[in-house]
Design a protein around this ligand. Structure first.
Ligand code: F6R
Length: 589
């Protein structure tokens, strides 16, 4: 993030970085112009709000309106202040913030060290400062120096370079998102428009290979050649009403799920059974679905793919985005890329590597995201902003949008009658109520459950058929938030090895959608002393209203699973909104 304003850079940067903290919160930093022509640098391994205190306590020359800031998710080098951005060159004239990974940093670092450059950190990003330093010494022009520098880099970057001596600021991007905007308050740069949307009405997005001088008239180079700035895009309405410093986002996002589900059904409900949702996308008919996603979005994809196979008899595959390279895309395949943020690098790379011309549909929660811009056909989930790092309401919305999409596509291709589709839509319409009832039921049962499992080191999650992705989602939430081991298996697979993990008291969470085969699997676990926690059909420890006909399987069971993870983590004293080592949006491969 960066700003060029008349005053108050530190305040703008801290406010913007607070909105960007979901990208990573291992450390944070600012470099701000000071009245005497120097640059004040503040860095911390605490959270962004600590920068506010550091800047307030600053006893040096008064701080001005030009600055850059960063919040880091560690890739190269441990979490320590020296590795926090901004980084500086040997003379402390240049300050740099960088998102992405410089793949050839080890080689460049060795070369620069041979030339006499002294490094202060372990991070790949620091090579950029020293490369610009050398290029600036030769060219005397910051724009040209950054342009020359990026030509030596391989990998991904969104960078802003601030020259403390001249107060010039140059940005560049390649395979990492970066946008620039100006308004009557000044110029702003950010990797996500949410950071600056309060202050700007529109913004320009840097494309791969762009280098831009952030002055009153933007000087825009594309692959080294001067071009006009790309057309501006209108800023979304800001969400700053949300208090990002409050530590209860995940809890309220879980609570919001019935409302978010109702929003999805309100948006698309009338477009499903007549096939209009599908037809509106303008995509060709498909015979098989290939889902590409990561983490929770991958689990949503598993639910959606299973729904398609069950309702339409069409084949589906679910590909972990980071492993998509080399996966075969047969003719007649629709690739569905699912990403809440639309910025997950693994998903973006997987899509770039899809065969040319093969149809791709993106399901995102952010209409302005890189994925939404890269892919011709897009469905946007109306989940609203999700601040808690662990995905909750966006998962529910992805599943519902996906179910609507599948039904609509089957109707449009003549594979499902409108009558059948209408019955499914009527069933979907009950989802908000069922989600609310599931939350009530979980809240009653969870205090006792937490007492039972709080000292357990490891958990097993089981399901069969349509419940398997929900078991996986329950295990993922528990791992993320409580730092306990949690493994999910199709229940029938347990006896093929993982049953060895079960000992007296091992919690085994079963998503019980009344599949009769679960009875035997539960008995096998109980016989070994496992502590069974059933979630689902009547008689379960946490009873959840499930529909036998829902195209989403036992979706409502996800609410108790989320609340189990949330409440156990809170009981153990962990930060549920910002679990350790994680970031909400992972923009590196
Ligand atoms: C889990 C979680 C992550 C994300 C994953 C993909 O709670 O949030 O597993 O689901 O990083 O992120 P998106 O959906 O933004 O591509």
């Amino acid at each position: 993030m960066a700003c060029r304003t008349t005053a108050g850079a530190a305040d703008y940067l801290v406010a913007g970085l607070t909105m960007l903290e979901y990208r990573g919160y291992d450390s944070a930093g600012l470099a701000v112009s000071a009245a005497d022509g120097s640059t004040a640098v503040f860095r911390t391994t605490q959270r962004v709000n600590a920068l506010h205190d550091l800047a307030k306590a600053w006893g040096g020359p008064s701080l001005g309106g030009i600055g850059i800031g960063h919040t880091r998710w560690a890739t190269h080098g441990g979490v320590r202040v020296a590795n926090a951005h901004p980084h500086q060159d040997c003379l402390r004239r240049l300050s740099v913030v960088h998102n992405g990974i410089i793949d050839n940093a080890p080689h460049l670092r060795a070369e620069l060290q041979q030339l006499g450059h002294v490094f202060q950190s372990d991070v790949d990003s620091e090579v950029i400062c020293h490369l610009v330093e050398d290029a600036l010494a030769t060219t005397g022009d910051l724009l040209e120096a950054v342009n020359r520098t990026v030509q030596q880099l391989t990998g991904s970057w969104a960078i802003v370079v601030l020259d403390g001596e001249t107060r010039r600021m140059v940005a560049a991007a390649h395979r990492s998102p970066l946008l620039v905007a100006h308004s009557d308050r000044g110029m702003f740069l950010a990797s996500d428009v949410s950071a600056i949307a309060d202050w700007v009405d529109e913004f320009h997005i840097l494309d791969d290979g762009d280098v831009v001088e952030v002055s009153d008239d933007l000087v825009w180079l594309r692959d080294g050649v001067a071009v006009d700035a790309p057309d501006p895009i209108a800023s979304p309405t800001q969400t700053s009403g949300r208090r990002l410093d409050a530590g209860d986002h995940m809890a309220s996002e879980i609570d919001e799920q019935p409302e978010a589900a109702a929003r999805v059904l309100n948006d698309i409900g009338s477009l499903i059974a007549n096939g209009a949702l599908w037809r509106g996308l303008g995509l060709p008919r498909f015979d098989r679905l290939r889902v590409v996603a990561c983490g929770t979005s991958l689990h949503a994809g598993q639910v959606i793919g299973a729904g398609l196979s069950k309702l339409g008899g069409l084949a589906h595959s679910v590909v972990v985005a980071s492993e998509a390279a080399g996966s075969v895309v047969e003719p007649g395949t629709l690739t569905l890329a699912i990403s809440q943020s639309g910025e997950t690098a693994d998903v973006l790379r997987a899509i770039e590597e899809s065969p040319p011309g093969a149809p791709v549909l993106a399901l995102v929660n952010n209409a302005h995201s890189t994925l939404a811009r890269k892919v011709g056909s897009v469905l946007v989930c109306p989940a609203g902003p999700e601040v808690g790092v662990a995905a909750t309401k966006t998962f529910v919305c992805q599943v519902l949008m996906g179910a609507g999409l599948v039904i609509s596509a089957l109707v449009a291709s003549g594979r499902m009658s409108q009558t059948t589709a209408r019955a499914l839509v009527d069933d979907l319409a009950q989802t908000p109520e069922r989600l609310a009832a599931a939350a009530d039921s979980a809240r009653l049962a969870l205090p006792g459950v937490i007492q039972d499992v709080r000292s357990a080191n490891g958990f097993i999650f089981l399901g069969r058929g349509a419940a398997v992705p929900y078991a996986a989602e329950g295990a993922l939430k528990l791992k993320e938030l409580t730092y306990r081991w949690a493994e999910a298996y199709p229940a029938g697979e347990l006896k093929h090895g993982p049953l060895a993990l079960v000992e007296d008291g091992t919690p085994v969470v079963v998503v019980d959608d009344a599949d009769p085969r679960l009875v035997g699997n539960i008995a096998e676990v109980s016989a070994r002393g496992g502590r069974i926690l059933t979630i689902g059909q009547p008689g379960s420890r946490i009873e959840v209203p499930l529909s036998k006909h829902s195209p989403c399987g036992p979706l409502e069971a996800v609410v108790p699973l989320q609340l189990l993870a949330l409440n156990l983590a809170a009981d153990l004293g962990f930060d549920v909104d910002k679990p350790r080592n994680l970031a909400k949006s992972v923009t590196v491969d």
